[in-house]
Design a protein around this ligand. Structure first.
Ligand SMILES: Cc1cc2nc3c(=O)[nH]c(=O)nc-3n(C[C@H](O)[C@H](O)[C@H](O)COP(=O)(O)O)c2cc1C
Length: 194
């Protein structure tokens, strides 16, 4: 069975981002393994941590707690990220996850000419986000994840589903979310017809 890694950076109990991500997950076949970032305690990435990680990764000791995020990412067949648009980007918990997951020899390696080469199995990453206002640019949120996933993890298809304007006074939140769900439906309909 396909392994789906669901990286959930949502924090609110009635999160609209989580609602859209659940809609996406409902379209996928496979076993979902959720990393609820709010519940995870990431170690501080300080000098001591980096030295210990370097020692363990260079001696091939990759089975411990230190590499849980990296192994989950490398072994997933598909990745779904739910991250609300915060401060033009995403919650810091997602960056903390990437700090733990980006491990040389697990999620990526370097070629002889110094370029990153992905070691992740996934062929698709779906990024789900919602904004209270408008997305000024994708540069610091989805754009960052897209570049990381393509350049470092070697994931071929990176898709974003988003909804915006949800906190604007008078916004019809249900109809905005319904519009995004329709886009999600169309995407999967097209995928199934090829
Ligand atoms: C800490 C924080 C930062 C936010 N920053 C932005 C922002 O930069 N731009 C924006 O349009 N909305 C911003 N918002 C509003 C959220 O993007 C919006 O409420 C979003 O739908 C939250 O998703 P959720 O319903 O999944 O929690 C912010 C909200 C919070 C709590």
């Amino acid at each position: 069975m396909k392994k789906i890694l669901f990286i959930n950076a949502c924090v609110r109990s009635n999160s609209r981002t989580k609602q859209l991500a659940a809609y996406v997950l409902g379209k996928l076949d496979g076993e979902v393994h959720e990393f609820r970032l709010e519940d995870m305690k990431f170690p501080e990435v300080n000098e001591e941590f980096l030295a210990e990680r370097e020692r363990k990764s260079s001696s091939g000791e990759l089975d411990g707690e230190m590499f849980v995020c990296a192994r989950a990412l490398a072994e997933a067949d598909e990745v779904v990220i739910a991250a609300p648009y915060w401060d033009l980007s995403f919650p810091a918990s997602l960056k903390a996850f990437f700090e733990q997951a980006n491990v040389l020899g697990v999620t990526f390696e370097y070629s002889a000419d110094g370029r990153p080469v992905g070691l992740c199995r996934a062929d698709r990453l779906i990024y789900v986000t919602t904004a209270g206002g408008s997305f000024f640019s994708d540069e610091y949120g989805f754009g960052y994840v897209r570049t990381l996933a393509a350049a470092f993890y070697g994931i071929g298809e990176i898709v974003q589903f988003k909804a915006e304007g949800l906190d604007i006074y008078g916004a019809d939140v249900e109809s905005i979310l319904a519009g995004t769900k329709q886009i999600i439906d169309e995407y999967f309909r097209e995928k199934r017809s090829v």
